[in-house]
Design a protein around this ligand. Structure first.
Ligand code: ZN
Length: 278
């Protein structure tokens, strides 16, 4: 499939205060009860190298600046900041079923974040699920029939561990979600143009996968984690025509995004959010 010929599912939206977000416009138009999107690096208060809309508390930035950036993203998305709910991410496959009592966890401090989870799912209105990225793959899930939502963080470790499939299966167990009802969006991430990996990573990718190609240098490979995650989602029963992939590569577009690889680790984090408004 020629992705460049496809429509980009994420549309840039700049709030009055300059906070720049990407929203999944088609979903938000089809489902007025849903809010889903991704922050860019533009419109925040953080200094270099976190300039400027850094949403990660664990990257050396000032906690107060991160809190202000998160507050701006929540406001631009239409939520009070006390709805912002996040977990400590560990590149694993565990999924948290988030309820009303979890709302606000981790928004100001890592100490009260939900423990060690790389995917969050909920059916509770008014809870904003947030996760953090700088090259790793953000995956949004929505079950429009039951109004259940989920967000996953899938770098190569999480993708190989099938955190995306685990999130779908958790929605089935917790909310009765049918995988064939699920719509998925795979957001801006480091793509096959920029993500060179060695044999130690490449050997985890199943043979015949269209997500990996040999690089120019022997023993090195170009890995496209967005494509790999799409395969894992279809294995979990999500229909191929229900999966949207952004064309944005975070490493190619450091004007819009933080890139851990391109900026040698000294950078900020975007947040992905999804929530039921009602
Ligand atoms: Zn690239």
């Amino acid at each position: 499939m020629n992705e460049s010929a496809k429509r980009e599912p994420f549309e840039l939206y700049t709030a009055e205060d300059g906070t720049a977000l990407l929203r999944i416009k088609e979903w938000e138009e089809r489902f007025p009860w849903l809010s889903a999107g991704f922050s860019t690096r533009l419109g925040g208060v953080s200094a270099e190298p976190w300039s400027s809309l850094n949403c990660g508390l664990h990257v050396g930035d000032l906690d107060g600046d991160v809190a202000e950036n998160r507050r701006r993203v929540a406001a631009a998305a239409g939520f009070a900041f006390d709805r912002w709910t996040c977990a400590e991410q560990v590149h694993g496959r565990d999924v948290a079923v988030v309820t009303a009592v979890d709302a606000g966890a981790g928004r100001l401090s890592r100490s009260d974040a939900i423990e060690a989870k790389d995917a969050l799912v909920t059916i509770e209105p008014g809870v904003m699920l947030n996760a953090f990225y700088a090259d790793c793959v953000p995956i949004w899930l929505v079950d429009p029939e039951r109004r259940a939502v989920g967000i996953a963080h899938a770098g190569w470790r999480g993708a190989v561990a099938d955190v995306a499939g685990e999130a779908v299966r958790t929605m089935t167990r917790a909310f009765g979600t049918k995988p064939s009802d699920v719509l998925a969006a795979i957001g801006p991430s480091i793509r096959g143009c920029c993500y060179e990996v060695d044999e130690a990573v490449a050997r985890h990718i199943p043979e015949g996968s269209d997500s990996i190609e040999p690089a120019a240098v022997p023993g090195r490979y170009m890995l496209d984690l967005a494509k790999f995650n799409r395969q894992m989602l279809t294995k979990a029963g999500v229909l191929a025509n229900h999966i949207e992939i952004s064309v944005y590569c975070t490493s190619c577009r450091t004007d819009l995004f933080f890139s851990h690889r391109k900026e040698q680790g000294r950078t900020g984090r975007m947040t992905a959010w999804i929530a039921r408004k009602e």
